[in-house]
Ligand binder design. Structure first.
Ligand SMILES: [Zn+2]
Length: 262
C-alpha cells in the first residue's frame, strides 16, 4: 500500500512533463526537497476545473499530499495540492520576483533531496511574505544567509580566518568564497577573493534571520552599494558551496542594479 505523506510545501521548480502533467520540485516542511509527478495538473476536466485547482506555479505555497520517491533519482507522485499562497505580491514586484527566482535555485543547489529542514522552511515562508515589501534586497540577503547557515555553510565574517584580526568598518578586507570567510588584505588568501569594506561583512554577520528581521529595527537604511556588495559576497559563498555558478546570476543585476565594482 502506498505511503501517503501530508505536508506543506513551496514550489521551487516546475517542468511541463506532458500536455497534461507537470514535474514539480517542492521544498516540503517535513521531508525537505522532493521531486513529484503531478499527473493531470495541466488538464482541464469537463467541468472546467483543474485537478489541483490550477496548474502549479513556481513560488506558490500549498498543502500537499504525496507518495514519496522510492530513491533519490526517482519521482514521487503528488496526489493533492491545496493552494495556500500564490505569492501574488512577489509576482507583481519585479525585484521581488527576481529575488524569488534566485532563492529557488539556491535552495535546490544547497539542500540535498529528502533532507528535512523545517526551521529553514519557516524562515523562507516568512521571507517570501516580506519579499515584496519595502526591503526586498535586505530580505533576500537574510533568506540567502539562512539557506547557507542551515546547510552548514555559514560564512565566517567577523574575523580574519588567518590571523583572527577583527573585521572593522571602513577597512577593506577580502572575502574568500572557498574558505567561506573574511581575510585581511595582507594575509594569504585561497584562490579568488572579493574585496569589500569590512562594514559590509559585519552588517551581513548581524543581519537577522527572516523571522526576526522585522522585530529587529534596522540601525540605518543600508545604501545600494553596500547591499550589492553583500549580495555579491553571499552569492560567491553559495556558488563555492554548490561548486557551480548559479544559472539565475542574470537576475542579480536586475535585483541589485549594475555596477563595475562591488
Ligand atoms: Zn589576517
Amino acid at each position: 500500500m502506498a505511503n501517503y505523506e501530508k505536508d506543506e510545501a513551496i514550489c521551487l521548480r516546475v517542468i511541463d512533463f506532458s500536455e497534461t502533467s507537470q514535474v514539480v520540485t517542492l521544498l516540503t516542511r517535513q521531508a525537505g526537497i522532493v521531486a513529484l509527478l503531478a499527473k493531470g495538473s495541466r488538464k482541464m476536466a469537463k467541468a472546467g476545473t483543474f485537478s489541483f485547482g490550477a496548474p502549479i506555479d513556481q513560488l506558490a505555497r500549498g498543502e500537499v499530499v504525496f507518495i514519496p520517491p522510492r530513491g533519490a533519482a526517482e519521482l514521487g507522485t503528488l496526489t493533492a495540492w491545496n493552494l495556500l499562497d500564490h505569492q501574488s505580491a512577489v509576482r507583481q514586484s519585479l525585484p521581488a520576483f527576481y529575488a524569488g527566482q534566485i532563492l529557488c535555485e539556491v535552495v535546490m543547489a544547497l539542500l540535498s533531496p529528502n533532507e528535512p529542514q523545517p526551521e529553514l522552511y519557516d524562515e523562507l515562508v516568512a521571507g517570501f511574505t516580506a519579499l515584496a515589501g519595502s526591503q526586498t534586497k535586505r530580505v533576500f540577503l537574510s533568506m540567502a544567509k539562512s539557506v547557507l547557515t542551515s546547510t552548514g555553510y555559514q560564512p565566517h565574517l567577523e574575523n580574519c580566518l588567518v590571523c583572527k584580526t577583527p573585521v572593522r568598518p571602513g577597512v577593506r578586507v577580502q572575502f574568500c568564497p572557498q574558505s567561506g570567510g573574511a581575510c585581511c588584505i595582507g594575509c594569504p588568501a585561497q584562490s579568488k577573493t572579493l574585496h569589500v569594506d569590512g562594514g559590509v561583512l559585519l552588517a551581513l554577520a548581524r543581519l537577522p534571520s527572516p523571522t526576526a528581521l522585522f522585530a529587529a529595527a534596522a540601525s540605518k537604511p543600508a545604501d545600494a552599494a553596500a547591499l550589492r556588495a553583500a549580495g555579491a559576497v553571499l552569492v560567491a559563498a553559495i556558488e563555492a558551496a554548490a561548486e557551480r555558478p548559479l544559472k539565475t546570476r542574470w537576475a542579480l543585476d536586475a535585483l541589485f542594479g549594475k555596477s563595475k565594482t562591488i
